[in-house]
Design a protein around this ligand. Structure first.
Ligand code: AMP
Ligand code: MN
Ligand code: MN
Length: 328
């Protein structure tokens, strides 16, 4: 099952896409801004004027688009159940393994159509026939911009807005440790192409529903500090009490890692189906991606996650020792 981790040149991936008419693009379950932004960004690029007129791009995500990304052009074209067409190519975005693509990913029906895996998670399993994974990229959106450059595609206003949203989301507004001059150059390029950074920042980073604030209140009341680990949990009862039924937690774990005491932070969130979503963060110099991978999840050194069986107390008892040994 282990494939050698060799990247396919973007020029080769560009050639495959250029020749394709029926394109299926899938992003990961519980989509974030990079998932939706790179999905819609690639959509606009592949449909840009002068490209194959007959090309049809189908966009899929197992879960509904979170309301805060509804302003992105094309968001209402994303489907949860793509039709079973004979595709020419299937592109996976921002997903380190096929499980993360959920039900829209049906490789048994793809025949000879290659799967193209574009991602930036260090834990990527190279599940495609063509893979381009750059763990140093700050977002999959950044890789999509590189692909556009390689293919000589013009980045229009719509694509720029979607792709800059991906960059802003995954870097928390250019605050993460993977923000390089290339990231800033990409952002500048997208702004010059017409994307409004202030609008994106306002919508993505400066808004949080009151119900989520109440949920944070309940979760923060149970905050625990053990060694250099800061963690808490979100139960189904807390969600009901806060009136926050959706499974998002507004990025609580990114807040916990701000504590000066924290080298590692974790949030254990009970899902409606009884499974537990574990969100992990680490300060630079520490790495939570291996623990996430060993539990069937994935991510980056500083931000990772996994979904494991419940009940909550058992999930915590299983994961906390692993995190404690990491954070010293
Ligand atoms: P989050 O805490 O949801 O912002 O996720 C942080 C990082 O961990 C992201 O890059 C995700 O792709 C990855 N991640 C989160 N949850 C999972 C999961 N259940 N399986 C695989 N990767 C995950
Ligand atoms: Mn993502
Ligand atoms: Mn990403």
């Amino acid at each position: 099952m282990h494939q050698p981790h060799i990247n396919t040149p973007l020029s080769e991936i560009g050639t495959v896409l250029r020749r394709s008419q029926e394109v299926l693009v899938i992003t990961h379950v519980s989509p974030d801004g990079d998932a939706i932004g790179s999905l819609l960004g690639l959509h606009w690029l592949l449909l840009s004027p002068g490209r194959k007129a007959a090309r049809r791009v189908t966009l899929a995500c197992a879960d509904r688009v979170p309301a805060q990304f509804g302003f992105l052009p094309g968001a209402d074209e994303i489907v949860q159940d793509p039709p079973a067409r004979p595709w020419d190519v299937v592109v996976a975005l921002d997903a380190s393994d096929t499980h993360r693509l959920g039900s829209p990913f049906q490789p048994a029906t793809y025949g000879s159509a290659p799967v193209v895996n574009l991602d930036h998670h260090i834990t990527n399993l190279y599940f495609g026939q063509l893979n381009y994974v750059d763990p140093n990229a700050a977002a999959t959106a950044q890789i999509v911009v590189r692909l556009a450059e390689e293919m000589g595609l013009k980045i229009g206003k719509e694509a720029a807005l979607c792709l800059l949203t991906g960059l802003v989301s995954d870097t928390l507004g250019f605050r993460t440790s993977n923000v390089t001059p290339e990231v800033m150059a990409t952002a500048m390029r997208l702004m010059k192409a017409g994307a409004n950074l202030a609008e994106i920042t306002e919508r993505i980073l400066n808004h949080m529903p009151l119900s989520l604030m109440r949920l944070w209140g309940l979760a923060l009341a149970e905050l625990r500090v053990e060694g250099q680990l800061v963690w808490t949990h979100i139960t189904k009862e807390m969600r009901a009490q806060a009136g926050a039924p959706e499974e998002s937690d507004g990025g609580l774990v990114s807040y916990l890692i701000k504590a000066p005491e924290a080298r590692v932070a974790a949030v254990f969130a009970e899902k409606a189906n009884g499974e537990v979503e574990v969100g992990l963060r680490a300060r630079p110099g520490y790495d939570v991606s291996d623990v996430a991978l060993s539990l069937g999840g994935g991510g980056h050194p500083q931000a990772a996650g996994c979904t494991i069986p419940g009940p909550l107390a058992e999930a915590e008892a299983r994961v906390l020792p692993l995190l404690l040994s990491l954070s010293g």
